[in-house]
Design a protein around this ligand. Structure first.
Ligand SMILES: NC(=O)c1ccc[n+]([C@@H]2O[C@H](COP(=O)([O-])OP(=O)(O)OC[C@H]3O[C@@H](n4cnc5c(N)ncnc54)[C@H](O)[C@@H]3O)[C@@H](O)[C@H]2O)c1
Length: 439
């Protein structure tokens, strides 16, 4: 900061060489006046420093462009700087021949953790991104993060809507692939917090695609859609060619919108895009908002569990798919994804656009799920039979997986009984007889 010339005038050019003033009063007056000026300018200087710190978002990396105040709501923790970049690079370093370098969004989530670990195991470079939101217990996300950290995977804490952060990640690492799993999941929560679905599943997806479109080279993108896009479709098993224009929840509608958005970015910018419609994924490190998880918790606690039935006591069934099978599907989709064709934000030729069902092809009634859990937990469940509410859940899901089978040999191998056994073993050891609270 430049000091004013009048202030400069009062400072002797050579220290110690004060001219004696004629009158002591004049001297005292001049002394007080310069002291007041010094105090005044010091206060201005201090105020400017305080203003600077309060105005700039805590997320700004050093030497960043002017801050975008809208980013303040994104709750991105500090990022940037040489040490941070080194960590990002090291996590994304490819360690096998022909390995991929993958940015995994939603890496602290259930599927994201398993996919990240599997990629790392085979020598691919992996960098995670997650905002660790509190849709469900964030301590579970932190525990997954710790697990990944032990195998050298760094999860950057940030929001997929943070364009500056995403651009920076692509500046540091030329990712070959993006595995986009970050989303607001759950069908019923959409009535409580609809905007979180728009924020993550629509705005966030568009932001990810914008950044990918501008990246050079553009990565290939594999992302999670959902079986919920089949909505009120009654033709079984669900095939990728079936209609998906009758979503039964806002969650489903945002995933369906995502598929249309993917089409647009493929069409205009030549991005290679593969959507995966997951069917009720379950397993260790799973999601506490899903029935198999909270049934386990509530059965162990002796609490009653709501078991839904369709109209006329119809069966409610799900094509439960074990996490390891889903991971194999994700890796298969990544390995067969062709390169994007655009550059500099412009399409240079047609690019790959695919959608696959990833299910188990054997729907199981929810009542059977409860019976299996009872056997594994050795506790009788208190079932409370209830009518399936019309607030998002559909009565039946059943995947036709022949397309994924043909394209990358997808073949699920775990039945519900064996998969739940692994889940229960994990659950009991993780929550370690009450040490951790599963709420
Ligand atoms: N698990 C299933 O049965 C299932 C079924 C169909 C589709 N899917 C989809 O698969 C993907 C993964 O699901 P999951 O079961 O692992 O869910 P999850 O909630 O465990 O994982 C999603 C992760 O994304 C993060 N996230 C959410 N919004 C974000 C944002 N704006 N910025 C950064 N991070 C954000 C969350 O913190 C979370 O860790 C999701 O897209 C989900 O919609 C899952």
């Amino acid at each position: 900061m430049k000091l004013s010339s009048s202030h400069m005038d009062n400072i002797p050019s050579t220290p110690g060489k004060f001219k004696m003033e004629k009158s002591p009063y004049v001297h005292r007056f001049r002394h007080y006046s310069s002291l007041a000026k010094l105090t005044f300018w010091s206060s201005v200087f201090l105020a400017l420093i305080i203003l600077f710190f309060f105005k700039s978002p805590s997320t700004s990396p050093p030497n960043s462009t002017p801050p975008d105040l809208s980013r303040r709501s994104l709750k991105t923790t500090f990022w940037g700087g040489p040490a941070w970049e080194k960590r990002v690079r090291s996590s994304a370093r490819i360690r096998s021949q022909n390995g991929l370098s993958v940015l995994v969004t939603g890496a602290a989530g259930f599927v994201g953790t398993h996919v990240s670990a599997a990629l790392k195991r085979r020598g691919d470079g992996v960098l995670g991104l997650d905002n660790f939101n509190n849709y469900y217990d964030p301590s579970l996300k932190r525990a997954r993060q710790a697990l990944l950290e032990r195998s050298g995977i760094y999860i950057v804490e940030g929001d997929i809507n943070d364009a500056a952060l995403l651009n920076k990640l692509f500046e540091v690492v030329p990712f070959t692939h993006v595995m986009h799993l970050a989303a607001q999941a759950g069908v019923r929560y959409a009535m409580e917090n609809p905007s979180s679905y728009v924020h993550s599943n629509i705005a966030g997806l568009v932001n990810v695609l914008e950044v990918c479109k501008n990246a050079n080279p553009q990565p290939a993108i594999v992302w999670a859609s959902s079986s919920s896009v089949y909505g009120l479709n009654t033709k079984v098993p669900f095939s990728e060619k079936d209609r998906t224009d009758q979503p039964a929840s806002l969650y489903a509608a945002t995933k369906k919108a995502g598929e249309e958005i993917a089409h647009t970015y493929n069409h205009i910018y030549g991005l290679s895009l593969t959507g995966l419609r997951f069917f009720t994924v379950y397993g260790p490190w799973g999601r506490p908002d899903m029935a198999y998880f909270f049934f386990t918790r509530d059965i162990l606690k002796g609490k009653s569990i709501p078991v839904f039935e369709g109209s006329n006591h119809g069966t409610v069934a799900r094509d439960f798919t074990y996490i390891d099978d889903i991971v194999k599907g994700c890796l298969g989709a990544l390995d067969t994804a062709e390169k994007s064709t655009g550059s500099g934000g412009k399409k240079k030729g047609p690019a790959q656009l695919r959608v696959f069902n990833l299910g188990n092809t054997s729907p199981v009634p929810v009542t059977d799920l409860v019976s299996i859990l009872e056997k594994l937990l050795k506790v009788k469940a208190k079932r409370k039979m209830m009518k399936l509410p019309r607030n998002g859940d559909v009565q039946f899901t059943h995947a036709n997986i022949s397309f994924a089978q043909r394209e990358f040999g997808y073949k699920p191998t775990t039945d519900l009984q064996s998969g739940l056994k692994k889940f229960v073993r994990w659950y009991v050891s993780y929550y370690d007889s009450g040490k951790k609270n599963s709420h």
